[in-house]
Write a protein that binds this ligand. Structure first.
Ligand code: C5P
Length: 230
């Protein structure tokens, strides 16, 4: 796709935090710059954004990789991130222009299908303040606690029917995302978590297994297999 620059007056701006080190991946370069069958993860992530959204795109990367990213993806806005994910997202918000709808999408989910982007945007357009994609949980989940010695002890089994594993892109009205980040205490692992804390209702649309997050070498292997087969 050819995303519009952030001063285009686009209705939708997609902020992609890509400034993490990705140490759990064990690669010599930050995660977003790891090769995925001939292209970096961040290039594939931007390529997967559906052009039909007409969205502007802001990519947030480590300060020393800003110039390289501008060369790799010249048609997006590139800014430097911070030490924590939420700081990187705020750097993205500051560069997002006046878009009415803001999506935050982890670079670590480069295969996210177009349908997920459009359903998130449609739900915000139809009046929701905060929307996340989520998938049912397949494993049985147990809450655990330390035992006096030996292995952890199970304290209860959680009802998985009530749970969703939440992905990105997460969509917000501009006002909701600004409020969520104004209240940031640094503990939430996603933007919707910040929104919940300041009383904003968060809604869920269907996610997709292809929106899986690359965190470990095993995840990278799966994603490389998927890209190699397609
Ligand atoms: O570390 P984790 O995979 O949970 O990070 C999720 C996303 O947030 C990744 O795309 C990562 O690059 C980004 N991030 C960031 N700035 C940080 C830490 C993480 O943009 N300081």
């Amino acid at each position: 796709m050819t995303p519009t620059p952030d001063d285009s007056g686009a209705e939708v701006c997609i902020i992609i935090p890509a400034a993490g080190s990705g140490t759990r991946l064990g690669e010599p370069v930050p995660k977003a710059f790891v090769d995925l069958c001939g292209r970096t993860i961040i290039e594939r992530c931007v390529d997967n954004i559906p052009a039909s959204l007409g969205a502007s795109v802001v990519v947030v990367v480590p300060a020393d990789l800003v110039d390289r990213t501008r060369e790799l993806i010249p048609h997006v806005t590139v800014v430097a991130g911070g030490d924590h994910r939420s700081e990187s997202v705020r750097a993205g918000i500051a560069a997002a222009g006046d878009a009415r709808i803001l999506l935050v999408h982890d670079a670590a989910r480069p295969l996210t299908p177009a349908r997920v982007f459009t359903e998130v945007v449609d739900a915000v357009r139809s009046g929701r303040s905060a929307v996340v994609p989520g998938v049912p949980v397949v494993d049985t989940l147990k809450q655990v606690e330390p035992a006096s010695d030996g292995p952890l002890r199970v304290s209860r089994t959680v009802d998985r029917e009530e749970l969703r594993a939440v992905q990105t892109p997460q969509g917000f009205t501009r006002d909701a995302l600004l409020r969520a980040h104004a209240d940031d205490t640094g503990l939430a692992t996603d933007d919707a978590g910040l929104a919940e804390r300041c009383g904003i209702e968060v809604h869920v649309v269907p996610g997709d297994p292809l929106a899986m997050k690359i965190t470990t070498p095993w995840d990278l292997r799966i994603v490389r297999d998927v890209v190699g087969e397609s």
